[in-house]
Design a protein. Structure first.
Length: 654
């Protein structure tokens, strides 16, 4: 395999301030290195100590790691626990009247619940589920708006040992059907509608449509939360949430399950075929959520107001909304709407209103907000912020700098987190009181995470050379299998070419001279240009560094001479150009990339749009861009797109 070439150079370094280090949960590099040394010297003992210290066990475990059937690893398997107990019950005596969730609706209305109130609601819904025959091991689909009720539904499933599978409320009926059918779900929890950006999104109708698509005979009941009062079709299997819960007791004994009992299945799209049902355990997953909250987000339960903007339909919304913050007894913000409604300053207004201290969002959202109002944060009091985070994709250095200076006022560390649905919790990230940051780098692995960069034969590659990002030893929060498809699990994540025990992340990356990790893009997004293997993320970063550009996505298309041509889809900060003006900007941007990272990376084509094709969660649909670049017909399901009309804009090159 030819090496993946790194073409991005970044020399700026931002050490944590003395004041931040003094109050940090991991105060300084020496403290971080002590944790790493402990993990290196006694790997199982390290994880066992942390699991005993941070989780309330019903039955203590005696076996830390079982590798007998590697890579189907098992952690703490003879211990029993309950995740809902660890998130709610254990706080009641000391934090019962503390605010757990601050919910801000699309229209700005705010509702808060304390830990005692949240516990009562979870117990009532758990009792309701039991009354409908839901038991430990049954699968429950949760297809809900971002809401307190979505968290209640997840926690209630965990409380009785049911396995939840949350489906993002922006997914189509077809996507929902595929997940219902694969999981053989017994029950669906949904709402009449959700509200996003002032518009009602019909959820119950999508459930009805999904249930009519094929064999969904496993589904016995549909529980519907009345969010808007919108009209819905009603059938004998349907039941209103409020009618189910109104007579239920507000206490429910937790079901104690093995640490290896599946907590949830979360489906992630595969490059081909049906979605992959990523299956996570109970004990190991909870430990990853707790430790990363403490280490990466420097969690201070008594003083922090934490806000992760992710929907619970994604892994970020599981780990850093529904479970991690609650396990630590934190106060957190939950938001129903979108960052641009009713105006582009909504995020900054909310941070000021709720005195948010920790803000965790996606680079896509950051870049969109730069385009819509780079100076808007300065119009709001963001002085409560002490820590910023990014998630979902690599953040380009210029967006990082804007986030640092304009949102964080130059005083807030940024934790650029690399992890995946499959890893369950943060894997590579700065510990904000210990690790100096570099714009665009996720920096160093967390203590106990043995990451590496290898070639296709599994050999380590030297610094500055790109390769395959891997994790070399099992870790507690990793996926256990793919639901009902162990063969696909093995082929996808533990290929025989790498020895069958090394986790293959699917990302290309490099390490710099300081050992910092730089994510270069998905392996399938690597371009082969005239014999050079280039990561798309670095070309995108160069484009976005130009003052004219708000956002960019780069893909390849076949080229008879060079192998692949570089095609860039660009959103400018100003109006979309046409004619001679567009040609002039194309020339300028090509020259800019050539100067910044070399002529080999100059885009062969640049196409302009008012936006990029994104899902309602803000994820760029790169597969659609590849089809557009190649002139292929769009045959994929585009019902999850926030803005399907944008595809026509992006068809033509300048």
């Amino acid at each position: 395999m030819a090496a993946i070439e790194s073409i991005l150079t970044e020399t700026r370094v931002f050490p944590p301030s003395e004041a931040f280090v003094k109050q940090a949960n991991v105060p300084g590099m020496a403290a971080r290195m002590a944790l790493c040394k402990e993990a290196d010297s006694d790997y199982e003992g390290f994880w066992a100590r942390l699991a005993k210290a941070h989780i309330d066990w019903h039955t203590p475990f005696t076996k830390t790691l079982n590798e007998a059937k590697a890579p189907f690893y098992r952690w703490f398997e003879d211990g029993t626990l309950n995740v809902s107990y660890n998130c709610l019950d254990r706080h009641l005596a000391t934090r019962g009247d503390k605010t757990a969730l601050i919910f801000e609706a699309d229209d700005g209305r705010v509702t808060s619940v304390t830990y005692r109130q949240l516990h009562a609601r979870v117990c009532q819904f758990a009792n309701g589920l039991k009354s409908l025959g839901v038991a430990a091991g049954d699968r429950v689909i949760v297809y809900m708006p971002m809401s307190i009720e979505a968290v209640v539904a997840m926690q209630a499933c965990a409380r009785i040992g049911a396995i939840h599978s949350v489906v993002f409320g922006g997914f189509s009926a077809k996507s929902l059907y595929e997940r219902i059918e694969d999981a053989q779900a017994k029950l669906i929890v949904t709402a009449d509608e959700s509200l996003r950006g002032g518009r009602a999104v019909p959820l119950k109708n999508a459930v009805d449509e999904a249930l009519a698509m094929g064999d969904t005979s496993s589904v016995e009941r549909v529980v519907v939360y009345r969010r808007t009062g919108g009209a819905v079709h009603w059938s004998p299997r349907d039941l209103w949430w409020h009618e189910l819960t109104q007579t239920q007791a507000d206490s429910c004994e937790p079901v104690w399950v093995s640490a290896e009992h599946p907590l949830f299945i979360l489906y992630t799209s595969g490059s081909t075929g049906k979605p992959k049902g990523v299956q996570h355990s109970t004990g190991g997953y909870l430990l990853g959520a707790i430790l990363s909250m403490q280490w990466v987000f420097d969690a201070k339960p008594d003083t922090d107001v934490y806000w992760c903007t992710a929907d619970v339909g994604w892994i970020t919304g599981h780990t850093y909304v529904a479970y991690g913050p609650l396990a630590l007894g934190m106060t957190e913000v939950i938001f129903e709407g979108v960052p641009t409604y009713p105006h582009a300053g909504r995020f900054w207004e909310m941070i000021a209103r709720h005195r948010v201290t920790t803000f965790y969002t996606a680079p896509t959202a950051i870049r969109s907000l730069i385009k819509l109002g780079a100076d808007l944060p300065k119009q709001h009091d963001l002085s409560s912020l002490r820590l910023l985070g990014t998630v979902g994709e690599p953040i380009n250095p210029e967006a990082w700098m804007w986030y640092h200076e304009t949102v964080g006022g130059g005083r807030c560390p940024i934790v650029d987190t690399w992890w995946q649905t499959e890893t369950g919790s943060n894997m590579i990230s700065p510990l904000p009181g210990a690790v100096p940051t570099k714009p665009g780098s996720c920096t160093l692995p967390l203590p106990g995470i043995q990451a590496g960069i290898v070639d296709e034969a599994g050999h380590d590659v030297p610094p500055q050379q790109g390769g395959l990002l891997v994790i070399k030893r099992p870790f507690p929060s990793q996926l256990r299998t793919l639901w009902g498809d162990p063969d696909r699990f093995l082929k996808t994540y533990f290929p025989a070419e790498l020895g069958g025990k090394t986790y293959l992340a699917g990302d290309s990356a490099r390490q710099d001279a300081d050992g910092y990790y730089w994510i270069m893009g998905r392996i399938d997004d690597v371009l082969n240009v005239s014999g050079h293997r280039l990561g798309t993320m670095e070309i995108e970063s160069a484009l976005v560094a130009n003052p004219l550009v708000a956002e960019a996505a780069v893909v390849g298309k076949p080229h008879e001479i060079k192998g692949e041509a570089v095609v860039a889809f660009v959103v400018l900060k100003g109006a979309r150009p046409s004619g001679e003006a567009a040609k002039k900007i194309v020339a300028e941007l090509r020259e800019w990339v050539g100067k910044d990272i070399g002529p080999i990376a100059k885009p062969d084509e640049i196409r302009f749009g008012d936006n990029l094709p994104k899902t309602r969660s803000g994820k760029i649909m790169r597969r659609l861009l590849r089809a557009l670049a190649r002139g292929e017909a769009i045959t994929q399901d585009v019902s999850t797109l926030e803005n399907p009309a944008i595809l026509d804009q992006l068809k033509a090159a300048v």
